[in-house]
Design a protein around this ligand. Structure first.
Ligand SMILES: Nc1nc2c(c(=O)[nH]1)N[C@H]1C(S)=C(S)[C@@H](COP(=O)(O)OP(=O)(O)OC[C@H]3O[C@@H](n4cnc5c(=O)[nH]c(N)nc54)[C@H](O)[C@@H]3O)O[C@H]1N2
Ligand SMILES: Nc1nc2c(c(=O)[nH]1)N[C@H]1C(S)=C(S)[C@@H](COP(=O)(O)OP(=O)(O)OC[C@H]3O[C@@H](n4cnc5c(=O)[nH]c(N)nc54)[C@H](O)[C@@H]3O)O[C@H]1N2
Ligand code: SF4
Ligand SMILES: [Mo]
Length: 680
């Protein structure tokens, strides 16, 4: 039997971007494990990707397919690449002729995070003048909050926390969503650090904490402001740091001093004594390190809350001490110029205006709004499964079901979105194509090459886009490059050595030095200071760290008044909707559960294991009750990101999620919904 070992990089939308070692047996993937030599991965990866063979060798789409049945039903006939591509080119061409290029909407997200394979659609979009995609579904809310204080999505390496004496995981369920982080947490704790987890529910990470602080969702602004008030009143602020490195002023001091634990207790649902305790822990620690997650941003007031939390290490001066500070994302650290992939220069090259940009999180509206001019008549999807992952998914599906909409989807598996395709194109996995990988949780740029031939007739996004562009008549050099040539072009545009010359390594390390990590040379803001004053452009947003009462609980979002907060945080066993349909995964995770507090369950006559209906104005879904005090009274949740097949209503979990854009830059408030629950 021939067994061989190869290196790769996890392409999934996860902060780890783990370096992998693959074991192949007779040319077939057996198992993946973490690469021990990689400085961040250090041999640790999550269970889901260990078992990636469940996708790689599982039920894949192996040939182009053309729809024969009703949209959404998933019945297709086999086609050749030539027939399928001819049809796509013809239909897109006709659509452009009849309604103009903006009536075509290319749609992609993070199925793969590879620099080439992720954004391939962009260069065709820019060349043809199709509607552009505004990529709001995940990042912009948290980034807006962080950037309002720090100025850019830069920070220390997460390994900095090993030197910390107090680690706070704030709105990040790292055990499930960023396992590598937990190794640094472990080291810090061995050296005496305490672990605080701030999360509305007792998730897998909170179960490991010394102190779990469970505010109501969307109240971190109040919690952080009151903690700062307490730190100021107790004389625990670092005055020298504030004066040298921040815009802290008497107005800010007066404002924060007025925020008491009793005030925040009313809003957060926490005991005032708990708020005092955590404030003191932060104020008295030498170098608290706060890892801010994206989860806490998925609230109508999420950006305001992230900014407020990011102010804490500036108030205590923790930034200036080894092990201290905060991290939201490492994404801004990579000097990678992806222009050869996305070809922005094509945009408006003929002297015209750039095409309109449509917010991806409002897909349901774009597909169904009769007032949109021009309407979306053709949709091209890659690396995304909006029928499951988009909010107001019921509306998305009504749009996808339109008979007058032409939809082409490139996919590895029969996802919910793939079922709505007119033409379905088989996509390669990361083990079957080459790419470059940045990260939003660590600092290495990795180069990974194909280990396996494509299964069936699968092709990579890069090549599919190029062929489609050529068939549409675009003959530019960018559409004639092979994957290897585009990788070379990106590295060259970035001023980086070609991959063959990375000193025998598969990565380049862009970790910040101590001065960069601690911002001792100043913050990446216009004036070099950390901004307690967020300076929001939107005048409705609070000018100083505060509670901003615009959550659904406060009557925002336009939904009717339902009594329970409802969150949909990520599930341990899947990554967004990737892995959703693998039979072994379905088996392991069982049916969707509604986590509900015993008091709320009793008030509704619901017992553990009962079938319950969860509903609001948008949808009604039947699931199984899990009665537990892991959620506080007034809060219920279902770990996401469940496909339609998991509910008898044949709607995905996100049918319950509203799509109201979050200030200031858009993006969905996935963890800020309201529902009622009753026995089914
Ligand atoms: N297993 C697994 N891993 C994943 C993913 C997955 O689906 N499954 N998805 C990947 C992707 S795309 C991303 S963006 C990351 C996201 O990973 P994280 O940054 O961890 O974000 P979330 O998992 O959305 O939410 C984290 C926690 O925030 C909590 N939360 C919700 N609202 C609030 C609030 O108002 N305040 C506070 N303090 N906490 C709140 C939730 O309860 C949840 O436990 O994970 C990646 N990794
Ligand atoms: N309820 C709820 N909804 C959420 C979230 C939540 O916390 N709660 N989180 C949100 C977040 S953070 C995110 S980032 C989004 C993610 O939303 P999406 O980006 O839509 O992520 P996935 O649902 O995983 O879909 C990715 C798809 O890309 C496919 N794919 C992978 N690699 C390739 C490739 O190389 N080529 C092609 N053509 N396809 C490929 C996969 O098979 C998969 O079906 O979901 C959001 N939705
Ligand atoms: S999903 Fe995340 S933790 Fe798992 S292997 Fe990929 S990058 Fe690593
Ligand atoms: Mo995400």
């Amino acid at each position: 039997m021939s067994i061989s070992h190869h290196f790769s990089t996890c392409p999934l939308d996860c902060p780890g971007a783990c370096a992998l070692e693959a074991t192949l047996e007779e040319g077939k993937l057996v198992r993946l494990k973490g690469d021990k030599r990689h400085p961040f991965t250090q041999g640790v990866i999550c269970g889901k990707v260990t078992r990636y063979a469940e996708i790689q060798n599982g039920e894949r789409i192996l040939t182009p397919l053309i729809r024969t049945g009703v949209k959404g039903e998933g019945t297709f006939r086999r086609a050749s690449w030539d027939e399928a591509m001819e049809m796509v080119a013809r239909r897109l061409g006709e659509t452009v002729d009849q309604w103009g290029p903006e009536s075509v909407y290319p749609y992609y997200y993070g199925g793969t995070m590879g620099v080439l394979q992720r954004s391939a659609l962009d260069r065709l979009t820019h060349r043809a003048g199709f509607s552009r995609i505004e990529r709001t579904i995940c990042y912009p809310i948290g980034a807006a909050g962080w950037n309002a204080g720090v100025g850019n999505d830069l920070g220390p390496d997460a390994s900095r926390m090993e030197e910390s004496d107090l680690v706070i995981l704030w709105g990040i369920n790292a055990v499930s969503t960023h396992i590598n982080l937990m190794r640094f947490v472990k080291t810090a704790r061995k050296r005496g650090a305490r672990l605080v987890v701030v999360d509305p529910y007792r998730n897998r990470t909170a179960k490991l904490a010394d102190l779990h602080v469970n505010p109501r969702p969307g109240t971190d602004g109040a919690l952080a402001a009151a903690m700062m008030g307490e730190i100021l009143r107790e004389g625990l602020a670092d005055r020298d740091y504030l004066a040298s490195y921040t815009d802290f002023d008497p107005a800010m001091e007066d404002h924060l001093r007025s925020k008491t634990p009793e005030w925040a207790a009313q809003i957060t649902g926490l005991e005032a004594s708990v708020i005092r305790e955590v404030a003191r822990l932060v104020g008295e620690s030498r170098a608290a390190f706060i890892r801010i997650g994206l989860g806490m941003a998925r609230q109508m007031n999420g950006a305001v809350n992230v900014h407020a939390v990011a102010c804490l290490p500036a108030l205590t001066g923790a930034w200036s001490r080894a092990g201290g500070g905060a991290l939201f994302s490492t994404g801004g650290r990579f000097p990678v110029d992806a222009e050869p992939v996305i070809m922005k220069r094509f945009m408006g090259a003929g002297g015209g205006q750039p095409a309109r940009s449509l917010d991806m999180s409002l897909l349901g509206r774009w597909l169904t709004d009769p007032g949109l001019g021009p309407k979306v008549h053709a949709l091209a999807v890659m690396n995304a499964n909006p029928a499951v992952s988009c909010p107001d998914a019921g509306r998305v599906r009504r749009g996808l079901a339109r008979e007058d909409l032409f939809t082409v989807v490139a996919e590895q598996v029969m996802s919910d979105t793939a079922r709505f395709a007119d033409v379905l194109l088989p996509a390669t996995t990361f083990l079957e194509h080459d790419d470059l990988y940045k990260s939003y949780g660590q600092h290495t740029l990795q180069h990974a090459t194909a280990l396996l031939p494509p299964r069936g007739e699968a092709r990579c996004n890069h090549d599919v886009v190029n062929e489609l562009a050529r068939r549409l008549g675009y003959d530019d050099a960018a559409f004639h490059r092979g994957v290897g040539e585009t990788i070379d072009a990106v590295l060259q545009a970035s001023g980086l050595p070609e991959a063959g010359a990375w000193a025998g390594k598969r990565w380049l390390d862009f970790s910040p030095n101590e001065a960069e990590a601690a911002f001792t040379g100043g913050f990446p803001t216009a004036d070099g200071r950390f901004h307690f004053h967020p300076g929001w452009d939107d005048p409705k947003m609070p000018p100083m760290p505060d509670h901003w009462p615009v959550n659904l609980r406060d009557g925002a979002g336009g939904e009717g008044d339902y009594p329970l907060d409802f969150m949909t945080p990520p599930d341990h066993e899947v990554l967004n909707s990737t892995f959703n349909i693998a039979p072994a995964v379905r088996e392991r995770r069982g049916p969707p559960l509604l986590w509900i507090n015993p008091a709320d369950a009793a008030a509704r006559g619901i017992a553990d294991g009962d079938r319950v209906a969860v509903f609001n104005d948008l949808a009604r879904l039947t699931m199984t009750a899990r009665v537990t005090d892991d959620v506080r009274p007034g809060l219920c949740l279902t770990e996401s990101n469940r496909p339609a097949a998991d509910f008898p209503e044949n709607l995905p979990l996100n049918a319950l999620s509203h799509d109201a854009p979050v200030a200031p830059a858009g993006g969905p408030a996935f963890h800020d919904n309201r529902v009622e629950v009753e026995k089914a």
